[in-house]
Design a protein around this ligand. Structure first.
Ligand code: NDP
Length: 246
């Protein structure tokens, strides 16, 4: 980007209070972008003290609050040039025993929450014939894993809707990018309620014999895709630790 830093456009990141979203917030802030950071834990985002940043306690399943936050940020910093739809939860479970409430929560956040993010910016991007929508999926959006049935359903949905959206945005010069990480060292696993599945997942990571990805590794991939010239759309990035076989 050759524009002076103060002229860089607004970047929206959902799920910016932890892991990949938090790392992306720091990286885009270091590039000089104004930011809108969204997650439920406001205090963590505010404690980052990033410049030109509006932090809002927003649950992405609450469409009205999400839209209000986007309009407020756009009134401060101008139209959003990119949204990184990153907020997500992973509640692994044995499908014969997992409570269906857990499927509901994942579908609400990972799919409907992500659609809410798209809804907040897509119309304006089409009008301006400019913009980028980056959706965070997973390797579990391309292939299956044990105890991942409902999570995999949400991430295959992210891959599917993103490709469909990309086709529909392409004639309007709006880019749609899917980022699909393998295992990343974040809080994601901690919300799984089945302790034996959590322990098994930790063993799987340990047995790789090398660290899994860091949130910063994924943030760099996001920035790479975004910083291509607007005429270049990196449709998908699949990245995982070199040692991750699955
Ligand atoms: P973390 O648990 O560290 O971060 C998840 C973020 O999402 C938090 O900021 C959390 O904030 C936010 N979030 C969760 N629910 C909501 C909600 N209802 N509304 C708003 N924000 C919400 O996990 P990661 O950084 O690992 O996950 C980020 C994305 O990356 C997810 O979509 C995940 O599926 C994906 N991913 C992660 C992988 C991994 O191994 N870690 C691998 C592949 C994909 P708060 O709780 O404050 O609301």
């Amino acid at each position: 980007m050759s524009l002076p830093k103060q002229k860089l456009p607004l970047v929206i990141i959902t799920g910016a209070s932890s892991g990949i979203g938090l790392a992306a917030a720091k990286l885009f802030a270091a590039r000089g972008h104004p930011l809108l950071l969204l997650a439920r834990r406001l205090e963590i985002m505010e404690a980052l003290h990033l410049p030109h940043t509006l932090c809002k306690a927003v649950d992405v399943t609450d469409r009205k609050s999400l839209l209000e936050a986007v309009r407020q940020a756009e009134s401060l910093y101008g139209a959003a040039d990119v949204i990184i739809n990153n907020a997500g939860i992973m509640l692994l479970g044995d499908i014969t025993r997992q409570h269906p409430d857990e499927w509901d929560r994942m579908l609400e956040v990972n799919v409907k929450g992500l659609l809410n993010g798209i809804h907040a910016v897509a119309g304006s991007m089409v009008k301006r014939q400019h913009g980028t929508i980056i959706n965070i999926s997973s390797v579990a959006g391309r292939k299956t894993f044990a105890n991942h049935v409902a999570y995999t359903a949400t991430k295959f949905a992210v891959h599917g809707l993103s490709e469909n959206l990309r086709e529909e945005m392409a004639p309007h010069d709006v880019r749609v990018v899917t980022i699909a990480p393998g295992a990343v060292e974040t809080e994601l696993l901690s919300h799984t309620s089945d302790e034996s599945i959590k322990a098994g997942y930790d063993d799987w990571k340990t047995n790789m014999g090398a660290p899994v990805l860091s949130p910063e590794d994924v943030a760099r991939a996001i920035l790479y895709a975004y910083e291509q010239p607007q005429g270049v759309c990196i449709r998908e990035i699949v990245l995982a630790a070199t040692r991750q076989q699955a």
